[in-house]
Design a protein around this ligand. Sequence first.
Ligand code: MTE
Ligand code: MO
Length: 408
Amino acid sequence: MYAVHNQPHVLEILQGYKVGELSPEEPSLPAPGDPYAGDPPRHPALKVNSLKPFNAEPPAELLTENYRTPNQLFFKRNHLPVPAVDPASYRLRVEGPGGRALALSLAELKSRFPKHEVTVTLQCAGNRRAEMSCVRPVKGLEWGVAAISTARWGGARLRDVLAHAGYAEEEEEAGERHVCFEGLDKDQSGAAYGASIPYRTAMGRGAEVLLAYEMNGEELPRDHGYPLRVVVPGVVGARHVKWLGRVSVSGEESPSHWQRNDYKGFSPAVDWDTVDFTTAPAIQELPIQSAITEPAPGATVPPGELTVKGYAWSGGGRGVVRVDVSLDGGRTWRVAELTGEEQRPGRAWAWRLWCLTAPVPPDCAALDIVCKAVDASYNVQPDTAAPIWNLRGVLSNAWHRVRVTVAE
Ligand code: MTE
Ligand code: MO
């Protein structure tokens, strides 16, 4: 059932139970009871962090080859098996005020509500966790710098659907409310993946939270939530619930494990014996982030001229105003050229790619390349990971460093 069990010592234990060999003519069937047997095929270039559930990121240098990440290369972060959803019988359940519920078919979602398109970068809270675990071990998948990707999403606006269900467009009453989402992917106990966002994020004037059925002009792929997912511009990946089954409004955040007992930031002083998840807010908007995607760590570069490439992005629609790059570990800096779409102030939902071509200092055997970005609120990245270390390894956004050798 688990790929990690395919090891000599496990096979040795199983040897005692062997009853024979299948005839070669026998069609190979998925292992009975493997909940992951129905997962879709994936692109072979992806670097797999976990096979079951499937978690993978593209190689960094492929990530910044396109402003919009091709769907096949878009990072994939699943907590559970990919559910098989029949589009004909699919209904989105929307709990309205006063106990009235709507059941919307895909056709209704596409025809009743105007289609809205928006280019949004999605980043996992655990992006660049591997660097944090170099400080001290953390619990979580060892993501490199590519648990982040950008797509043009198309779908109905959540605010239009909630308004149709009877909710006021603006927060009128006092008191915090939340829009809660449930996925159709379930664990063995029947609990679905779930998350929530503040009501104002969904219903504020001009809110662009989507119930997306399209990704880069194609039907939403199975790994990314077919047939319908939430896209919350400027907000951590964990709230972009895939395979969306149910939407409700509540005075409380989603009761889901992933809303209440995960995806929160803590002090480096907090460990697994002392952590109290009720004391920290759930991550929503992410902080300023940038990373180098080219050259690769440990690469050999020729003397002369060097081109450095990467991405930069900030949460909450805060645009990236500048990226600084150093070739000498942060002693001297140059300003990189930003490429990609220029964005509306306060609605910069997608990343900028950046590039710097600079002379390699003569008589230099190695370079310590560093990047750091600044967002529209003049937020900057911390220079090292140690002071922002946290037990789950989330929010890892220190200056990114890549060391290379210079040789002919
Ligand atoms: N939605 C469901 N239903 N199940 C999941 O496991 N993973 C979340 C989010 N939505 C998840 C989900 C997390 S943690 C992230 S980072 C994003 O989906 C990843 O989206 P992607 O796989 O499309 O890149
Ligand atoms: Mo995530």
